[in-house]
Design a protein around this ligand. Structure first.
Ligand SMILES: Cc1cc2nc3c(=O)[nH]c(=O)nc-3n(C[C@H](O)[C@H](O)[C@H](O)COP(=O)(O)OP(=O)(O)OC[C@H]3O[C@@H](n4cnc5c(N)ncnc54)[C@H](O)[C@@H]3O)c2cc1C
Length: 391
């Protein structure tokens, strides 16, 4: 029996699992280890917060998908990898809850290994060491499971009065979340009618003076005008230097208080480098060859946000993880059969569809920019079709 072991149920591995729809080749065992039996499609998370969708609309039943494709599934969080012994150590979970104790730790051996553990958006470096109780009220937006949990507990936390919601990071995810939350608290969202009346001040702050760096000028002007109209408080040029309990302090000395702070300021590796002993870039992302093979290891592959592609850096975005997933699926099979591998070539630009609340969206690709209600319908169609592909 040849064993293919998939670690993490990110976008890329969902493509790999789907590629086995026609059956698992004889003599192979394919096993997916995922921290949860359910996955949530990040592209629809802002729409969920804005009230466009129910949670079910963006949920992928990973365990059921595996069963349909003949892939074995274990709900487990991988703790460490030993490439010399070709084994991984994982902590088994039940119903999404990790079990304690030695018995919950299991070894899984592999012939070919693939890693797709995504990224996280926690403060790192010096910021991770400032203030006491600094993480109270601070929510990383990645992994999205944590963001969704924090959002539902924020809504369940009843009581009158206003709250200050700060979103750190004025890139695409931060901008989408700010519009979604502003729309929710405006009372115009169908979802807001089911929770106790609450108001909130939504504050979007970021290191860059202007939101959406890297997007074209027309897009940035459009979004800046919409932000002004929306009532979202924008604080550009706010580089967080320290986090105290309920308070952010900027390099300039400015301060910003918060009741809840959503941290969308960049992506960092989701796994500890010591436990995943592969060559990593300065941010801790695993270095991979264009074949998606981990540098220096012929039988280990990786894809998605977790990797740094040697010689061809590409953005941390789901669209890249999905495209890599298709090449990864082929190469894992080639590797199991000792065949030559294919090369992954990232596209030079990608279509970003931003949900700006109130069923209004913007499309950006290279120098192209359009916005409108019809763009939201277009995005809605693409997102629903993506989810339908797993059902
Ligand atoms: C609010 C928001 C909106 C976004 N919208 C878009 C969008 O519209 N378009 C777009 O292209 N990108 C979008 N992104 C970015 C996108 O979410 C990421 O680029 C994408 O999820 C990366 O996919 P991945 O395959 O690397 O892994 P992920 O989809 O992040 O999945 C990794 C999985 O691995 C699991 N995992 C982690 N560690 C372990 C472990 N040790 N053991 C087992 N399992 C583990 C995690 O729990 C997770 O389920 C958005 C991000 C956010 C936060």
């Amino acid at each position: 029996m040849k064993r293919l072991l998939l670690v993490g149920a990110g976008h890329s591995h969902l493509e790999v699992v789907k590629s086995f729809r026609q059956g698992i080749p004889q003599g192979w065992q394919v096993l997916l280890l995922s921290a949860s039996g359910q996955g949530f499609y990040s592209g629809m998370v802002p729409g969920y917060i804005a009230g466009d969708y129910r949670l079910d609309d963006l949920t992928i039943d990973i365990a059921a998908l595996c069963e349909r494709c003949g892939v074995l599934f274990e709900c487990a969080m991988v703790k460490s990898i030993d490439p010399a012994a070709q084994t991984v150590l994982a902590q088994v979970a039940e119903g999404g809850r990790l079990l304690d104790g030695q018995k919950a730790l299991l070894h899984f051996d592999y012939d070919v290994l693939s890693i797709n553990t995504g990224s996280q958006s926690l403060p790192v470096g010096d910021l991770a060491h400032t203030g006491s109780g600094r993480y109270q009220g601070l929510v990383p937006v990645k992994p999205v499971e944590g963001l969704l949990r924090a959002w539902s507990s924020l809504l369940a936390n009843t009581g009158a009065g206003s709250r200050r919601i700060v979103i750190v990071g004025n890139g695409a995810a931060g901008v989408e979340l700010a519009f979604a939350m502003q729309h929710f608290f405006s009372g115009r969202s169908p979802a807001s009618s089911s929770v106790p009346t609450r108001t909130a001040e939504v504050i979007l702050l970021g290191k860059q003076a202007e939101a959406l760096q890297g997007f074209n000028r027309v897009t940035r002007n459009r979004v800046a005008a919409l932000l002004r109209k929306s009532g979202i408080v924008c604080r550009g040029g706010f580089e967080v230097a320290a986090i105290e309990r309920g308070r952010l302090i900027a390099v300039s000395g400015d301060e910003q208080a918060f009741d809840k702070c959503f941290w969308a300021a960049g992506a960092h590796s989701a796994v500890a480098a010591d436990n995943f002993p592969f060559r990593c870039d300065v941010e801790g992302f695993i270095e991979v060859e264009p074949s998606l093979q981990v540098a220096g290891f012929g039988n280990v592959f990786a894809a998605g946000d977790a990797v740094s592609l040697l010689g061809q850096p590409c953005p941390k975005a789901g669209v890249y993880a999905v495209r890599q997933g298709r090449v990864l699926a082929s190469n894992l099979k080639h590797s199991m059969r000792a065949e030559p591998l294919e090369t992954y070539r990232p596209q030079s630009a990608y279509l970003a569809l931003l949900n700006l609340g109130n069923r209004y969206a913007l499309a950006n690709r290279g120098g192209f920019s359009v916005a409108g209600k019809w763009v939201w319908r277009w995005k809605n169609f693409i997102d629903k079709r993506y989810i339908a592909g797993f059902r």
